[in-house]
Design a protein. Structure first.
Length: 259
């Protein structure tokens, strides 16, 4: 059984056939899907994600505002996030973090939003799901300031960074989640990172509808394709796919669903 630890099933890309997409995931052996509330304010992504989590017992969700939209955060939206975080299907605060590639929000605004959401996650005793792009040093510095001693853990989702960054994140109690990018021809550095990290620190995800893995690259991604991401990670480590699926599922449950 597989776990898609990060998907955006609430997106409009799935409006034509969402029910069929979810059934294909079940048929492929996906036992849990995390439908991430990324805080796309205009689309009210949290509301859409929550509807799915309430409809399907194996779909869970998160709360948080993506760094792209950090500029839109105000006291009213923070209060809404706090209210949403009380929902029983919320298992993490995210995706939150820093994105210096697009700079859709000013960097200082991103940093302040990241810090404040980390504090809210601490208050709610929720692990975190982090988006970070071209911002490794600042991400680590803020985690050291606001999170390292929380004891709550979290994940760097859709990992695209350096092996040194992955190791630094693991030292801070975080897991590393690989998306379909690990299957791309030029992604040998990611495969090497997946090979070298302790296996108990790995997760797999789709980040669907984005970043479909080989052999589906160029199509809309969907949770069923997490199997191909797992297959590539297993090949990189020289282990059976079933073993990779078992361990990453255990890693996920240990972090997000502790007994």
């Amino acid at each position: 059984m597989y776990i898609d630890s990060h998907a955006h099933l609430e997106g409009t890309e799935f409006d034509p056939d969402r029910e069929a997409v979810i059934q294909r995931a079940v048929d492929a052996g996906v036992e849990i899907i995390v439908c991430v509330g990324d805080g796309e304010v205009a689309a009210d992504s949290h509301a859409a994600a929550f509807r799915l989590a309430e409809e399907y017992p194996f779909i869970y969700t998160t709360v948080g505002v993506h760094p792209h939209e950090a500029r839109l955060l105000d006291d009213e939206l923070y209060a809404k996030l706090e209210d949403l975080s009380q929902h029983p299907k919320v298992i993490a605060w995210g995706e939150i973090g820093l994105d210096y590639h697009y700079d859709n929000s000013p960097r200082e605004v991103q940093r302040e939003a990241f810090k404040r959401q980390l504090r809210l996650a601490r208050e709610r005793r929720l692990p975190i799901s982090i988006h970070t792009r071209e911002a490794e040093a600042d991400t680590l510095a803020i985690l050291d300031e606001e999170w390292k001693d929380s004891g709550l853990g979290g994940v760097i989702h859709c990992f695209t960074g350096t092996r040194a960054f992955a190791e630094a994140a693991v030292e801070r109690g975080l897991l590393i989640s690989f998306s379909g990018m690990i299957t791309f021809k030029k992604a040998e550095d990611l495969r090497e990172t997946a090979r070298r990290l302790p296996i108990e620190k790995l997760l797999i995800e789709t980040d669907s509808p984005f970043l479909a893995p080989v052999p589906y690259r160029g199509r809309r991604n969907e949770p069923a394709y997490v199997v191909e991401t797992g297959r590539c990670a297993a090949d990189a480590r020289g282990i059976d796919l079933d073993e990779l699926a078992r361990v990453t599922s255990e890693n996920f449950k240990r972090l997000f669903m502790p007994a």
